[in-house]
Structures are given as structure tokens and as C-alpha cells.
Design a binder for this molecule. Structure first.
Ligand code: GDP
Ligand code: IMO
Ligand code: MG
Length: 428
């Protein structure tokens, strides 16, 4: 029995798409369990680059089953655009290789509108969301007024729920935020079209995943976003609206925790963040700019420049704890080649105390000063290294320090965006 989780250990964009694709080679099933098309996962296979938002990164193999779990918020417009995009690139997406949970919440046009107007109304306190309607859709889920995929399959139920929702949302959009009303018939007809197209893909995915794991198939759960964007353990309120940590798999795919065998935290060799919110090791100098350019740190979903900083082991240690990581996969270590010195944050100084966890209060976190350890860098470019032994000694020392300070092994080292630019150090 094996069920692996791949999840982001920082603020997203750690290389989950690449690592999922790499690990999916030995899996039969790949499952997304939270988030929506706010995610932007890049996979490079041979000369082609693929950008995925909703569809699991196992889709590129053709013969893997890909599942969109109940914890995902599904924007059907975005889904069908992504299917068209993949088909244009020669990737087939059919009910044989894609399954969608009947319990997944549906992103509606009013969610996207509300995301925009709410952000605008926050002024300088905006979160910097992706604008995809993610927060408002999860709000409706928690408020119990959401529309689920199974509702779309029953047109009368859908009509009734939509009528109620549009009436209330139009009131909020116009009266609270001064926006424009949505037309019921236009939305209804648009989604009736999606309903027909979705039908062949829709299943009870918890049953499917359970049977797959029990029958000995390898199932890989692909996280979106990262630990510090988690609604509970992230830097609230500068987070996304779902549980990005390992626990999210249980609720987002209907899988019991005892079925999970390995949990890999994907950690970039430095830190990035897109959108607003605290980032203790952020660099505002030339080194930060150098990392951004060398690492092409621009968002896949929004194109925004990513904020860059040193590796923060307080972040990684916390991630290992809250998700019970069995190992780390360290990505983009090739990007750091050429720096004379590299720094890693080994603790925070908070007033007179030294701590190795992330405080809940943003006011306390703002007081935290990173304590750095400085290591010698390496000059040798390493994108062609294919074994641990081939890595420069100083890169190995850097990886060793991660293991020592987080008490978690590094099982995989990624030295470039392509499938084969990956070094397997040990079992995950
Ligand atoms: P995700 O959201 O976690 O899947 O990550 P993104 O796709 O948003 O961003 C990661 C970027 O780094 C993508 O452009 C990947 O192709 C690229 N990438 C992944 N692993 C490596 C690596 O080890 N080295 C380099 N140079 N690029 C990588
Ligand atoms: P992947 O899966 C990086 C960030 C947004 C914003 C916050 C809330 O590619 O790692 P939301 O639209 O979710 O309400 O925005 O979360 N964010 C991400 N940052 N990578 C992502 O996904 C992200 N998805 C959301 O920038 O700060
Ligand atoms: Mg991304």
C-alpha cells in the first residue's frame, strides 16, 4: 500500500509541478486535494513546457489517472480552457485519465467578481490574491451556500441554488462594493453548458482513491500553494483559503491518515513569496534581484515578480512538523551557483528570546529578526550533475545543514526544471 504526498514547504512555487511529474513516473494515480486555478505548476518534458492550474501534473504521461478532489474549488471555465490548451500541445484529456469529485465546490462568476472588489476595498491592506475567486468560493463552502459539482448534475437543484445566490451576491456586489449586477440567465446558460461537458468526468473520488490504494496502486497527492499559505498555519490573513498542509489530503480527497505512507516537502533552495504578507528573510538588495533574474522568479498564474530571500530553516522546520514530512526535495539549488556566500536563517530573535517556530501573531512575527549562518557558496554550475557525488562540496554542506537543522532528510535534489535534472539521494 503506498500513498505519497508532495506539498509546498514555503510560500508556493517551490517546484511541486516538476517534482510531481518526476515522482508520478512510478505512480498510477495523481490527485489534487485543495486550492484551485490559483495554482500555477510548471512541468518541462523534453523541449516542451506545460503550465497547469487545475489538472494534476500526472496528465502529461497519458496513462495515469488524474483526480480533482472534493477539496478543490473548480472553475469550469478555467478547466475547459486548460483542457483545450493541453490538447493543443498534444496531451489527451478524457474521462479515462481525468476524474472530478462530485463534492468539489464550483467557482462562479460572482466569486471572481467578489475577489476583485473585496481586494480593492482592502486598499493598502490587500492580500494580493490571484483574483481567481478562490477565497469567496471557500467562504460559500464554509457558509454552506456553495454550489457543488453534483448540483450541476441536477439542473433543477442548480437553478434554485443559483437563483438564491445570484440575488444575494448581486446585492452585495452593488450595495456594498458599488459593482455591476450579474445576469441570472447568462450565468445559468453558461453553467448548463459546463454541466453537460463535466458529466462524464464526475465520480465519487473518495471511493476511487480508497480502492486504488487498497489494490496496491501508487497514489500521489499533489499539493498546491505552500505551508505558509495554509489557512490555519500560514501567515494569516496573508494566506489562501484552504489547508495546504498534509492534513488537507484527508479532508480534500476523503482519505484516512493511516493510508498515507510518505510525505515529501518541496523546498526551494532559497525562499520566494508572491503577494503580500510577512517574509522574514526577504532580500531588498542586489542579491535578491540577482536570485529573481537567475531563477526566473515570475508567477505562472499572474506574471507578478516574486519576492526573493534567503533560505529560512524556521519555515522548513515548522513545515516538517505540521505535515509530518518524511523528507524534503530541495529544488533550484542550481540557481544559487555563483554566489560567494550563502546565508541560511537558523532561528528568529524575538525580543530577548530566540525561537525556532513561527509565531501566530503577525505583530510578533514582525518583531522577529532572522539569525543567519553564513556558508561558502559554490561557483560550479550544477545543472548537469546527475548524482549526489557530483555536486560541489559546498552545495553538499548546504544540504547537510538543512538536514541537521530540520531533523529531516533530503531525499531528492533538483538541479534544473527538466525531469532528468533530478538527483535521487534516498527513499522519500
Ligand atoms: P510550483 O507552483 O510549486 O509547481 O512551482 P512553479 O512552477 O510555479 O515555479 C517553479 C519554477 O521553477 C518553474 O518554472 C519550474 O520549471 C522551475 N524549476 C523547478 N525545479 C527547478 C530546478 O531545480 N531548477 C531550476 N532552475 N528551475 C526549476
Ligand atoms: P502554486 O500552487 C504562490 C498566494 C497569492 C496570495 C495568496 C492568496 O503555484 O504554488 P488566493 O488567490 O489563493 O486567494 O491568494 O496566496 N498564492 C500563491 N502563491 N503560489 C501559488 O500556487 C499560489 N496560490 C495562491 O499570491 O498571496
Ligand atoms: Mg506555482
Amino acid at each position: 500500500m503506498s500513498a505519497f504526498i508532495v506539498l509546498g514547504a514555503q510560500w508556493g512555487d517551490e517546484g511541486k509541478g516538476k517534482m510531481t511529474d518526476y515522482l508520478a513516473e512510478s505512480a498510477e494515480v495523481v490527485v489534487r486535494f485543495q486550492g484551485g486555478n490559483n495554482a500555477g505548476h510548471t512541468v518541462e518534458v523534453e523541449d516542451k513546457q506545460y503550465k497547469l492550474h487545475l489538472i494534476p501534473s500526472g496528465i502529461l504521461y497519458g496513462d495515469k489517472l488524474n483526480i480533482i478532489g472534493n477539496g478543490v474549488v473548480l472553475d469550469p471555465k478555467s478547466l475547459f480552457e486548460e483542457i483545450d490548451y493541453l490538447e493543443d500541445l498534444g496531451v489527451k484529456v478524457t474521462p479515462d485519465n481525468l476524474m472530478i469529485s462530485d463534492r468539489a465546490q464550483v467557482v462562479m462568476p460572482y466569486h471572481r467578481i467578489l475577489d476583485g472588489v473585496k481586494e480593492k476595498s482592502r486598499g493598502k491592506n490587500d492580500i494580493g490574491t490571484t483574483g481567481k475567486g478562490i477565497g469567496p468560493c471557500y467562504t460559500d463552502k464554509a457558509e454552506r451556500s456553495g454550489i457543488r459539482v453534483c448540483d450541476l448534475m441536477h439542473t433543477d437543484v442548480f437553478k434554485e441554488k443559483l437563483q438564491k445566490n445570484i440575488e444575494i451576491k448581486n446585492d452585495i456586489i452593488t450595495k456594498v462594493y458599488g459593482g455591476n449586477t450579474l445576469d441570472f440567465n447568462a450565468v445559468y446558460n453558461e453553467y448548463l453548458g459546463y454541466s453537460k461537458k463535466l458529466k462524464p468526468f464526475v465520480k465519487d473520488i473518495s471511493v476511487e482513491v480508497f480502492n486504488d490504494i487498497k489494490s496496491g496502486k501508487k497514489v500521489l497527492f499533489e499539493g498546491a500553494q505552500g505551508t505558509f499559505l495554509d489557512i490555519d498555519y500560514g501567515t494569516y490573513p496573508y494566506v489562501t483559503s484552504s489547508n495546504t498542509i498534509a492534513g488537507g489530503v484527508c479532508t480534500g480527497a476523503g482519505v484516512g491518515p493511516t493510508m498515507i505512507t510518505n510525505i515529501v516537502g518541496i523546498a526551494k533552495a532559497y525562499t520566494t513569496r508572491v503577494g503580500k504578507g510577512p517574509f522574514p528573510t526577504e532580500l531588498f538588495d542586489k542579491t535578491g534581484d540577482w536570485i529573481r533574474e537567475k531563477g526566473h522568479e515570475y508567477g505562472v498564474t499572474t506574471g507578478r515578480a516574486r519576492r526573493c530571500g534567503w533560505l529560512d530553516l524556521v519555515i522548513l522546520k515548522t513545515s516538517a512538523r505540521v505535515s509530518g514530512l518524511t523528507s524534503f526535495a530541495v529544488t533550484k539549488i542550481d540557481t544559487l551557483a555563483g554566489l560567494e556566500k550563502v546565508k541560511i536563517c537558523v532561528g528568529y530573535k524575538m525580543g530577548s528570546k530566540v525561537i525556532d517556530y513561527v509565531p501566530a501573531s503577525l505583530e510578533d512575527l514582525a518583531e522577529c529578526e532572522p539569525i543567519y549562518e553564513e556558508l561558502d557558496g559554490w561557483d560550479e554550475s550544477i545543472e548537469n550533475s546527475r548524482s549526489y557525488d557530483e555536486l560541489p562540496e559546498n552545495a553538499k554542506l548546504y544540504l547537510k545543514r538543512i538536514e541537521e537543522l530540520t531533523h529531516t532528510k533530503v531525499s531528492i535534489v533538483s538541479v534544473g526544471p527538466k525531469r532528468d535534472q533530478t538527483i535521487r539521494v534516498s527513499e522519500i
